[in-house]
Write a protein that binds this ligand. Structure first.
Ligand SMILES: NC(=O)c1ccc[n+]([C@@H]2O[C@H](COP(=O)([O-])OP(=O)(O)OC[C@H]3O[C@@H](n4cnc5c(N)ncnc54)[C@H](O)[C@@H]3O)[C@@H](O)[C@H]2O)c1
Length: 297
């Protein structure tokens, strides 16, 4: 099958591309960076906001739309970046689907659309009240995926991802800790009080979830949470990382209940809907962190 992955040279996208190729699909990748470019794909170096992308969608069966500005923290400082890459970018991708008669799209959204949820674990039908510009941009995208599904019959999937980690990740708390510890292994700065509790899912389980939903979703439009069954505190995460790296730094907290503007104190997604499709989390947190540290070292 001929499929297209936007953001296919990024962290999650590149793992998805590898999996699609292993399963025998023919893969077109659109990405403005070549970070993890797989030579077996048809690679198109384009920006989904600035460059015309309609031609690339001809003859495509399914679009996996992952290209985005994924930085929650930066979305407070430079709001137009997440608006352009995420909202305008997604609109352009959906338009390219419509014009080329592509009838299937899967879109990676985020747990941040829920904002500060009071029900934990949070189910998909919980009201979305994002508290970051990044979360707001992704919620706008979700609305468009829904409207294009119902208006033009483009079967749409929204995957609300928890914190995803693993090999090739170059953003997020684990990467931040690693870089700080590389500079100074005697002290680790932790943003907030370190008691923020969140769900972390390994990238291979994330790709399995995307592939399962692709094959098994029945409705014209549906939303799935994708996360781990457990949550841990940022302090516990730092302890596991230090153990794996065989170092014992002092922890220094910047203070406050959250790490940055738009950060949440608590995040755990209820993933029963995904599990009912047969998906299971396979990589435990400690095992996943070990794999990540081995890769990064
Ligand atoms: N990593 C996580 O923890 C996480 C959590 C929730 C949701 N997500 C979502 O999953 C998707 C992938 O995230 P990731 O962590 O792999 O990020 P990433 O930054 O590693 O990958 C994103 C890719 O998209 C490309 N891209 C961005 N804007 C583009 C544009 N305008 N035109 C062309 N290419 C563009 C980038 O060059 C990059 O290669 C994103 O949609 C993100 O919002 C990620």
């Amino acid at each position: 099958m001929k499929v297209l992955v936007t953001g296919g040279c990024g962290f999650i996208g590149s793992h998805l591309v590898d999996n699609l190729l292993e399963k025998g699909h023919s893969v077109v990748v659109i990405d403005r960076e070549e970070t993890y470019r797989n030579g077996k794909t048809e690679y198109v170096k384009k920006d989904i906001v600035k460059d015309g992308i309609d031609g690339e969608f001809k003859g495509i069966n399914t679009v996996f739309h992952l290209a985005a500005d994924p930085y929650v923290k930066d979305s407070a400082d430079v709001p137009e970046r997440s608006f352009n890459d995420n909202v305008v970018g997604t609109f352009n991708v959906l338009e390219a689907c419509r014009k080329n008669n592509v009838k299937r799209i899967l879109f990676t959204s985020t747990s941040t659309v829920y904002g500060e949820a009071e029900v934990i674990p949070t189910p998909e039908n919980y009201p979305c009240k994002p508290i970051s510009n990044y979360g707001a941009s992704k919620l706008a995208d979700e609305a468009y995926v829904s409207s294009y599904a119902h208006t033009y019959g483009i079967k749409g999937t929204v995957l609300r991802l928890a914190n995803i980690f693993g090999e090739r990740s170059t953003h997020g708390v684990m990467y931040d800790f690693y870089n700080k510890l590389k500079k100074n292994s005697r002290e680790l700065e932790i943003l907030g009080d370190g008691k923020q509790e969140k769900s972390y899912l390994h990238v291979s389980d994330t790709v399995d979830a995307i592939m399962d939903v692709w094959k098994k979703q029945e409705k014209i439009y549906d939303v799935y949470n994708v996360g781990s069954s457990g949550k841990i505190t940022v302090n516990e995460l730092a302890e596991i990382m230090c153990r794996e790296m065989e170092i014992e730094p002092e922890f220094r907290h910047t203070g406050g209940k959250v790490g940055w503007v738009g950060d949440v104190r608590l995040m755990l997604l209820e993933c029963n809907k995904l599990k009912r499709l047969g998906w299971k989390e396979k990589v435990g947190l400690e095992e996943g962190i070990k794999k990540y540290i081995d890769w990064i070292l």
